[in-house]
Structures are given as structure tokens and as C-alpha cells.
Design a protein around this ligand. Sequence first.
Ligand code: SF4
Length: 412
Amino acid sequence: MTGALDPAWQEMDCNLALGRARPQFARILEKALGGGDLNFSDGVLLANAAGDDLLALVKTADEIRRRTIGDVLTYVVNRNLNFTNICIVGCSFCGFSRGPRARDAYFHSTEDLLAKSREAVLAGATELCIQGGLPKNLNGGYYAGLLRDIRREFPQLHLHAYSPMEISYGVEKTGLSLTDHLLSLKEAGLGSIPGTAAEILDDAVRIELSPNKLTAVRWVEIIRAAHAQGIPSTSTMMYGHTETPEHWVRHMLLLRDVQRETGGFTEFVPLGFIHTKTRLYKKGGARAGASSDEDLIVHALARLLLNADIPNVQVSWVKLGFPGALACLQAGANDFSGTLMEESISKAAGADYGESVTPGELRAMIRSIGRTPAERYTTYGIRRIYADPEGHEVLPVERMPLLVGRAASAAY
Ligand code: SF4
């Protein structure tokens, strides 16, 4: 996982690592350590890090994470619900979608989705993450209807649902304005939206990957509109395909600008491209996912560029695998994502890191890197903290440290 890095990089002191970096590289890291805003050219230099510079980058990101968040490492107990894999959009990087007549196409009934929700509640989940493909004949009312049906039976669950692409499709199918559609979803129980479908927020890249997908401007418009209605969202970036390090930096700075305006992003989630079973990779249109060094760079860069605005940087263990996720959690990230209970999107593209993890397994891995596990809610309030090394004691809520940064506390 650690590529060209010194095998003992996790134990190395940050100052020692800084001393080994090139002077112009170390100057930017010191600016970040001092709380300074990094600009595009700073970001590009960092994004191209190698050797001792890379070591200094990840150690600095880890130090800034420690100063900002502390040593508590969070996760959420959640379940994915992918209600259908039928989709008309045809993104070339997607291994999940199917045509309506495919042998393995599905559209789960509401009864099945309620049964899966019940299982999630019994397993202690606080969140459902609901996303699906875009079937041609979908009734626009389906989106709000599903939320309402789940909400009626399980009002305790936070419904984290519908990417900006699905929101855009819902607008098209219902004929409502964007704001009215968002308000109807909120009234039906929507708690927050996944900031997926962002890929790289640059239309030249988007057209290569998926010409039928919403534009970068439309993605931002939908996110802004959701935040304006008090609906927070995550923010994401898919990397490791056709993009360059310059795209990473521009993408993160765009998210930073949006966050400064709305305060509605709860976290940033880098999503490595899973290539194996995708049309994009098979036709030779992309590289075979990110290298392990690129995984570290992207998570560390996010910490340095976004720290003051989006303080929560999440690893996707489904994309990185557990060793990779733990490495990135020592390179600037502070959130382990969720239990998922069922994962089909990355698996369909060729990921083989599993579909589910228990809270106990997450806590054991968190302890293995010397950090304190805590279960969080979707918007980063802390539900339980496991401060006792044996994991037996659960501190009551009033003794818990406040982890919610400016991002999530501004409006929610
Ligand atoms: S990424 Fe989403 S929109 Fe694109 S083809 Fe797959 S399911 Fe459809």
C-alpha cells in the first residue's frame, strides 16, 4: 500500500519528515501547518509529490488532522439500499448499471426495501444510504414516495438519499422546479444527500467518462440549492481514471468555494476508480485505478486544502481495502465511513474488499492504529465513544468531545 514510502513512515516524526523535503515543498507544508490558505499552484506542487516530499506531505496532513480533529476516529452504522440497477445514463466507468432486459437487472419492491430497512434497524443502524440507477420509465413521484414509506415505519433513521444526478432526474420526471422537488423530498423525510455523481467537476473529463451525465455547473447548482434548503450533503471526487493531479486540485478548490458560501458539506470522500469490470477500462480509455501513492496523496491533499472548511475527510474502505484505508487514515483522513451491510456498486465494478463490516471490526482496526473509535451520526454528531482500551466502556453523550467542524455546524 505504501508504494515508495519508507516502511516505517507511520511512526516517523512530522518535523523529521519536513526536514527531508525539498525547501520549496516544505515551505508550502509549513504554510498549511500555520493555518494558511493554499492556492492552486501550492496544491499542484503537493499533488505531484514523490519520495521524501510525499513522506513530508502525509506526515503534515496527519499532524493537521491531529490538531483539528484529535485522535478520535469516527464511523457510522449504516446500510446501503440500491433500489434498482436499471439505468439509461451509460457512464463508461460504471459496472453497476444494467439495461431493463438484462438477466441480472432488478428493481426491488418497496416491501423488500422495508424489510432491508428493518434489518438495518435491528443491526443498530442510524442511517440508510439510498441510491439507484435511472430507469427510463420511472415515475417522478417514486423518489419522495419511497422516503415517505420508509419514514413512516422507521422515523428514527436518517435518510441519506439520491445523488445530484438522481435529483436532476427527479426534476425532469416530476416537472417541479429544483427547489420544489428538493422541498418535496425534504418533506418526505430526506435528511441529506450523497455528493456522488461529481466524478471530476470538469466538463472535458465528464464528457470523456459519461457524456449523458449532468454538467459540473448543474452538479454545483443542485448542491447549492440543497444546502440553501437546509439539506446537507457529502462531497466526493472519483480519481484514478483519466484525470491529472491538476484536476484534483481544481476540484477540491471548487468544493472549498462552495463550502465557504453554503457551509453544507459534511465531509469530503475521495473515491478511487474501480476499473476491472468497466467499459472505460476495457476499451483502454483509462488507467487501472489509482496507485497506492496516489491514494495517500489525494487524502493528504484534501486535508491540506480543505481542513478549515471541510474538516472531515472520509476513507472509502470499499475502494481502498482495509490496509489502504488504514494508511489513508494516517495520512490526513479522520472518518472510516460506514458498515454498509450491503454494497453493490463497487463490487459490480470489480472491487473485492467485501460488502459489510461490523462496528466491532471497525473499532478493532481503529485501535490497531492507536486511535479512539467513536460511532457518529450522519452529520458528525457523536453517538458513542469507546474510550476504554478494552472497548467495554461507553461514555455518555455529555462527556463527548465536539467533533463537528465549521462545515457541519454552520447550519445544521
Ligand atoms: S454511475 Fe449512476 S448514472 Fe452512471 S450508469 Fe451507473 S447507475 Fe447510471
